[in-house]
Design a protein around this ligand. Structure first.
Ligand code: FES
Ligand code: FES
Length: 175
């Protein structure tokens, strides 16, 4: 039995305090201690991207990221994307574009796409391809995945434009 350490972190907006072994990876802690099995482990060697989660907004491979290094940080997993049962635009776009088959890579793809779109809400096709280059899919041929991320980008753009329009209408009414 190894010495245990306490880590405090936020997981999908919920504060967690966990007693773990220092050797445990973030993927192990998420899956085995918190039951968040949406994060998949495939290569277990930081090659395939299946285990991608966001740590303080940055895409990380949870299979090689030590959980102790997440102490004090905000972690987001695929379970945190939907709001009140409503899929996030990027999730809905994956459904609409049939951007998955077996689904094993999908959580990691969604998290990498989320990091990309939060950093660059209107990426070009080339930027999407580059943003997902650390994520391997054995089923889809990638085209529908890229299409889905571009569609999510357009959906986010439309929602933003609607909010701006609504804001100007509201401020117009207040004058
Ligand atoms: S399982 Fe982590 S990169 Fe493949
Ligand atoms: S959908 Fe099967 S690995 Fe990507």
């Amino acid at each position: 039995m190894h010495e245990l350490v306490t880590i405090e972190l936020s997981v999908n907006g919920v504060a967690r305090s966990l007693l773990i072994e220092p050797r445990e990876t973030l993927a192990e802690v998420l899956r085995d201690r918190l039951g968040l099995t949406g994060t998949k482990v495939s290569c277990d060697a930081q090659v395939c991207g299946a285990c991608t989660v966001l740590v303080d907004g940055l895409a990380m491979s949870a299979c090689t990221y030590l959980a102790v290094d997440a102490d004090g940080r905000a972690v987001r997993t695929v379970e945190g994307l939907a709001t009140d049962g409503v899929l996030a635009p990027v999730q809905q776009a994956f459904v609409d574009k049939a951007a998955f088959q077996c689904g094993f890579c999908t959580s990691g793809m969604l998290m990498a796409a989320t990091a990309l779109l939060e950093d660059n809400p209107t990426p070009t096709r080339e930027e999407v391809v580059r943003g997902l280059e650390g994520n391997i899919c054995r089923c889809t041929g990638y085209v529908p995945i890229v299409e889905a991320v571009l569609a999510a980008s357009r959906a986010g753009d439309a929602a933003g434009a609607a909010r701006i329009e609504q804001g100007s209408e509201n401020s117009g009414g207040a004058r």
